[in-house]
Ligand binder design. Structure first.
Ligand SMILES: Nc1nc2c(ncn2[C@@H]2O[C@H](COP(=O)(O)OP(=O)(O)OP(=O)(O)O)[C@@H](O)[C@H]2O)c(=O)[nH]1
Ligand SMILES: [Mg+2]
Length: 377
């Protein structure tokens, strides 16, 4: 995601739009998605909790403004930091009617601004739900969040704006205080655009390099794990051979050890398949990852066939009596033709199950090209 320079032109015709990305965060149920919808002019009547991430796009003068609306639930907050490098400013939404959760909101905001990728970036705090009786005003919110020392310490230029994202006064389509706050934030970014843009580009490059490094390390670890597995399985075949009756009892194969061990290996292989009931299970590898979605190339599945891909939360555990079974808990699963695959666990072991027992997929690792950077949605 590069950011274009304002003086460049696109094929000499229209000027390239500059981009401003804003982070919209806060506790779950604070009204982030309602505020985002209000800003775009969408109906704010029905919102559901955001599971993961959604983005909205708007225009402001010569800029494309993209708002990353992130789910505020405790299990989703873990992914927030993946987006910090990209953003030019932050909108933090507080439910001003819910005093019980202000302490939690304060800790959250403190941790956000302490992050080096966000410190120093402009901040808009929306004290939302002002339509609810006894909602705290901006002075109370500043105090409850201990905002002043925090933003001074992190050098964030800040505005606190009260608003009601759901039911604005005067039957306006969107609360004008919300729009005022948003415009203030965009103006702040624009007034310091060059510096913020340099910082974003630098941080994004760094984040990208870190992902590549992580991926390389993971691939190395994975291939050495696979090598070890190979050695273990060869050893187990050799042990089976060693434990067989003396050569004299094996009719006809006594003097042909190569043929003999071939027969034993086949036997081991046949037993393995017998134990697998109807499905054949092949351990596979996630070979690559993409930020949000990827494609699985499953050419090996024959026409009319189907394949289920499962990403596992943990490496397969084998217990006694389940010699060939994969006993891991699936993270998620999806049936595939040659289709897109979404939201797989990064770095997780993958098992491909050919649901038609009659057909075999030779090596699943060869057939899965991309999988996603997993986010536990
Ligand atoms: N009374 C009132 N309710 C609001 C206001 N803004 C949002 N709500 C309601 O609060 C609830 C949560 O709103 P959302 O916008 O989904 O909250 P969110 O912060 O996006 O929540 P997550 O996506 O779970 O993080 C919904 O029922 C909204 O209708 C407001 O200004 N006043
Ligand atoms: Mg939401």
């Amino acid at each position: 995601m590069g950011n274009a320079c304002c003086n460049c032109t696109n094929l000499g015709t229209s000027p390239v739009q500059r981009k401003i990305i804003l982070l919209l965060v806060g506790l779950d149920n604070s009204g982030k998605s309602t505020a985002a919808k209000g800003l775009t002019g969408e109906s704010v009547e029905h919102t559901i909790p955001t599971i993961g991430f959604s983005s909205i796009k708007m225009k402001h003068k010569g800029f494309d403004v993209i708002i990353y609306d992130l789910g505020g639930g405790p299990q989703i907050r873990g992914i927030w930091s993946c987006y910090f490098s990209d953003v030019y400013g932050v909108i933090f939404v507080v439910d001003a009617s819910d005093e019980n959760r202000l302490g939690e909101a304060k800790v959250l905001l403190y941790n956000l601004l302490a992050n080096e990728k966000l410190a120093g970036k402009p901040l808009l705090v929306l004290a939302n739900k002002q339509d609810i009786p006894n909602a705290l005003d901006e002075i109370d919110i500043v105090e409850s969040l201990s905002l002043e020392p925090l933003v001074n310490q992190q050098k964030c230029v800040t505005l606190v704006e009260v608003c009601s994202a759901l039911s604005p006064d005067n039957n306006e389509k969107v609360d004008s205080r919300l729009v005022r706050g948003y415009r203030w934030l965009v103006r702040q970014v624009i007034s310091n655009y060059d510096e913020l843009n340099r910082r974003v580009e630098h941080d994004m490059k760094e984040a990208h390099a870190a992902v590549l490094l992580q991926r390389e390390e993971w691939k190395k670890r994975r291939s050495s794990e696979l090598e070890n597995k190979q050695i273990t399985s060869t050893n187990s075949v050799n042990k089976t051979i060693e434990s067989l009756p003396p050569v004299a009892e094996t009719n006809g194969y006594a003097h042909n050890s190569a043929k003999f061990s071939h027969r034993i290996k086949n036997q081991v292989e046949m037993d393995r398949h017998k134990n697998k009931k109807s499905n054949k299970v092949f351990p596979g590898v996630i070979k690559d990852e993409l930020p949000t979605e990827g494609k699985a190339n499953v050419d090996a599945v024959r026409e009319g066939g189907s394949m289920t891909v499962r990403a596992l939360t943990s490496p397969p555990r084998k217990t006694q009596g389940q010699a060939n079974g994969d006993r891991s808990r699936p993270f998620t699963s999806k049936s595939l033709g040659n289709t897109d695959v979404k939201t797989w666990g990064l770095g997780e072991e993958l098992t491909l199950v050919d649901t038609r027992s009659a057909h075999q997929v030779d090596s699943p690792a060869d057939h899965v090209e991309y999988l996603t950077n997993g986010t536990a949605f």
